[in-house]
Design a protein around this ligand. Structure first.
Ligand code: UT7
Length: 326
């Protein structure tokens, strides 16, 4: 048994923030952001009504509706999130309650930064392949704007908020989950965000009440344009498929259009097989891949039987690639 996508859904926050909006309070411009990143606008969550947990719930509801199943059939929920509104309970438990899944449904979250959705996917597939799940929900939900430093023009312009979800059904005819996951804790210093906590009376100094993303952009860029093409090549060798002839679309983490273009070029694959929505959503971390999959399905651009490579990269450093049949 392997999990196959039978439903997709996303939640996009209502507020749109354009590059020109940033130029009103930062030394930046639409021209610089568009040229260096491909981003024109991003959606920013309302921090009262559009939290990561509530966006995860909305995306999950849409994915279940799209799958045409009853929520009581869901027996596993794994949510990827790096920017949660809750430390406990897990966001997956919040989703379980909101969609009306039963108590026979296992729930937990994973944090693998931007590649979180792919990590959640591989976790869910392991449950399905070992006979421990028949219908699983795999979610990515992020409120990056909660952790962006809006005085740092090098990072804040990149990020957007949103959520995406997939329902996977155990299928005896699907090929096994084929993937490679890699990490480099030694290189983790170039993309970090410390945890915040309350001050206490035993320690008056050194506490953090607010934190934000710290990123050495150029270092992360170099890492991505080196490791992403390499892991995709290694995936094709490991599972004996041809990148030119055996892949319909390459679904990459939407972090920077130049990273995606450089990956296409290094692999020698036409750029039009790398769909992008970064121009409208920015980098939505672990939500970027399920948001893109949902959009492609809605636009009729992915159909059952299509062969996809999913690849992601981010803090950790972590990066991974999967070869799937939609
Ligand atoms: O999800 C995964 C995590 N993140 C990423 O994948 C991000 C990877 N990195 C990147 O996408 C790019 O490195 C950035 C878009 C962040 C930056 O682009 P860059 O071409 O690498 O620019 P840079 O950092 O080398 O900076 C070049 C110049 C600098 O000015 P000086 O020192 O040359 O005078 C920056 O201060 O551009 C300046 N700059 C900006 N200028 C206008 C940096 N950000 C901005 C900005 N507007 N928003």
């Amino acid at each position: 048994m392997t999990g196959r996508i039978i439903g997709l859904g996303s939640y996009i926050p209502k507020k749109v923030v354009t590059n020109d909006d940033f130029a009103k309070f930062l030394d930046t411009s639409d021209e610089w952001i568009t040229e260096r990143t491909g981003i024109k606008e991003r959606h920013i969550a309302d921090h009262i009504t559009e939290k990561p947990s509530t966006m995860a719930v909305e995306a999950a509801k849409k994915a279940i509706e799209d799958a045409g199943i009853d929520p009581s059939q869901i027996d596993l929920i794994v949510t990827a999130c790096t920017t949660p509104d809750l430390v406990i309970p897990s966001m997956s438990c919040v989703v379980q309650e909101a969609i009306g899944a039963t108590e026979n449904c296992g729930c937990f979250d994973v944090n693998s930064a931007c590649p979180g959705f792919v990590a959640a996917w591989n976790t869910v597939q392991s449950f399905i392949e070992t006979g421990n799940s028949k219908y699983a929900l795999c979610i990515g939900s992020e409120c990056n704007s909660n952790f962006a430093n809006f005085q740092d023009r090098g990072t804040c312009i990149l990020f957007g908020d949103g959520a995406g979800a997939a329902v996977l059904k155990a299928d005896g005819t699907a090929k096994p989950n084929q993937f490679i996951m890699r990490s480099s804790g030694a290189r983790g210093g170039c993309l970090r965000c410390e945890a915040a906590r309350q001050p206490d009376r035993w320690e008056e100094e050194g506490f953090k009440t607010a934190t934000s993303f710290y990123m050495q952009g150029r270092e992360v860029f170099k890492f991505a344009v080196t490791e992403v093409p390499q892991i995709i090549k290694d995936l094709s060798e490991k599972f004996s498929f041809d990148l030119e002839n055996d892949v319909d679309l390459f679904i990459l983490h939407q972090a920077n259009a130049r990273i995606i273009e450089a990956t296409a070029k290094k692999l020698g694959i036409p750029r039009d097989r790398f769909p992008m929505n970064i121009m409208n959503y920015g980098n939505a971390s672990s939500a970027s891949i399920p948001m893109l999959l949902t959009q492609l399905k809605q636009e009729g651009k992915i159909k059952p039987g299509m062969k996809l490579v999913m690849a992601s990269f981010g803090a950790g450093l972590t990066w991974d690639a999967n070869y799937i049949v939609y």
